[in-house]
Design a protein around this ligand. Structure first.
Ligand code: SF4
Length: 480
């Protein structure tokens, strides 16, 4: 039902008497990044206390009255999850709490490790027992390896074994360590509260939620330690030796419009992409309308550039929840309609320019177009704020397999137009999209459009990823 799914959101805070409460509010603001499970771990200086559950943040912590109070310690980390690796079940919820020879550690991860399967095979061959099916657990096994714990910087040493995308939080009983992969694929930022407590979050919207100020991004390849001595930083790869590969899809779809990602505001980048779309694919029409919410900023940009009025032809319900849980196809169709309702008086008899952030499988878009036709739209001109998606993501975004991606199966734009049932169709060019963001073009990952993966996807990774997709399809079918 859902064509592309959020990944995960993480948050940490050190040195605040209300650390768990603040983590709770920060996770609320990151809820768009994952709704399957949520969890908070806090440290009292000697012990770590952890609580996780299935569902959205409010559900997990509402159904467990008093948990937040019991987690009240001066440092905490939190996680909201959508499963990119590992099935959707309570054991895979994070933070992931473990104990090894150096004591307790709780881990929260956003991203996807492409060599996790390979490493896990190796460790299982030596008798290691894994409690979950997610890729994060391998990190703890690497940390516990006797030859690793004696290294001068054990965590930096372990991180050098990982390949893929990772923004990570580690809660030890006396400190928090946070790290970002050398390509900086997923975002991670540092903030500070008015009372001087440091915090780290996937997006700056989490800092806004607790009235903290944005300080800077955690650099690719950097480890930041938060402890009683304040903040300290070190690098586990030499800075400047790796060209970054920030996921530009964070700007297109995943991140909240209010957030600063990779140094700039998400809404601003989306508005520029809408302007660029209008330059690349102009058309005469009566109004510009978005597919809300992620198409809204780009639609504003298109309307501003073209001078064609903007209006809301769709209204989105935020209360319908996970529609794929509905028991039958008819019920699921109705649920989708409820989620996105057409405003008939806005679209009837009009020539519409409909702006969406992306098209993945195309089936959902086709349904939206059908409902606009039924409401009396005269013409529908579809404009898409990212190029045709042709390749899967191995770095933590749950796109379908090659075979399920519309633009991979249908090569011609004209054939895609016919499939969707629109009058005209225009995608922004990759060069056009990259020109809307401020960093140099080669500092972004564009693999789902270009097929050029920054971190080589070798045969082992391909095998792993195929298994991953099979697991996901199985999980989803099970739920459907
Ligand atoms: Fe982002 Fe696409 Fe790269 Fe995945 S492949 S990290 S979604 S740009």
């Amino acid at each position: 039902m859902t064509e592309k799914k959020e990944e995960c959101g993480i948050f940490a805070i050190y040195g605040d008497p209300d650390a768990a409460q603040k983590t709770y509010f920060a996770l609320h603001s990151l809820q768009h990044r994952g709704q399957e499970s949520a969890g908070i771990a806090s440290g009292d200086g000697e012990l770590i206390h952890c609580f996780t559950g299935m569902g959205q943040v409010s559900r997990v912590f509402r159904s467990s009255r008093g948990v937040l109070e019991r987690l009240e310690n001066p440092m905490a980390i939190g996680h909201v999850r959508y499963s990119t690796t590992g099935s959707s079940n309570p054991t895979n919820a994070q933070p992931f709490l473990s104990e090894f020879s150096r004591g307790q550690v709780a881990v929260a991860h956003n991203g996807n490790l492409i060599n996790a399967s390979l490493l896990r095979d190796e460790y299982e061959a030596y008798g290691h027992i894994f409690k979950t099916s997610n890729d994060t657990e391998i990190i703890v096994h690497l940390m516990a390896k006797p030859t690793h714990v004696t290294k001068p910087d054990p965590l930096g040493h372990v991180l050098n074994h990982l390949q893929g995308a990772y923004s990570l939080l580690f809660l030890f009983p006396d400190r928090i360590e946070t790290a970002r992969d050398p390509y900086g694929i997923r975002p991670l930022c540092l903030g500070k509260t008015k009372s001087g407590a440091y915090c780290v979050a996937s997006e700056t919207c989490a800092l806004d939620a607790i009235n903290a100020d944005y300080v800077r991004d955690v650099e690719p390849g950097e480890i930041i330690t938060l402890d009683k001595d304040g903040l300290s930083s070190r690098f586990f790869v030499t800075p400047g030796t790796v060209t970054p590969g920030h996921c530009i899809f964070e700007h297109v779809y995943f991140s909240k419009q209010s957030s600063m990602i990779f140094g700039e505001n998400v809404h601003d980048v989306r508005v520029r992409s809408g302007r660029q779309l209008a330059i690349e694919h102009p058309v005469d029409a009566d109004l510009v309308m978005p597919v809300p919410d992620s198409g809204t900023s780009a639609a504003i940009g298109y309307a501003n550039e073209s001078g064609i009025p903007f209006d809301m032809g769709f209204v989105r319900s935020h209360y319908i929840g996970r529609t794929f849980l509905s028991p039958s196809q008819t019920m699921r169709d109705l649920a989708v309609k409820l989620k996105l309702t057409v405003v008939k008086s806005v679209v009837e008899g009009k020539r519409l320019i409909v702006i969406d952030d992306s098209i993945v499988r195309g089936t959902t878009t086709k349904g939206k177009i059908k409902s606009l036709r039924e409401a009396g739209a005269k013409e529908i001109h579809m404009r898409v704020a990212c190029p045709p998606i042709k390749h899967p993501c191995f770095y933590g975004v749950d796109f379908p397999t090659h075979e399920e991606l519309l633009a991979n199966q249908i090569d011609s734009i004209e054939e895609i137009r016919k499939f969707l049932g629109v009058d005209t169709l225009g995608y922004i060019s990759l060069e056009g999209l990259l020109s809307c963001a401020s960093l140099p073009s080669d500092h972004y990952c564009t693999a789902c459009w270009s097929g050029k993966y920054k971190i080589p996807v070798n045969k082992v990774v391909n095998k792993f990823s195929m298994e991953r997709h099979q697991t996901q399809l199985f999980d989803q079918n099970e739920m459907e």
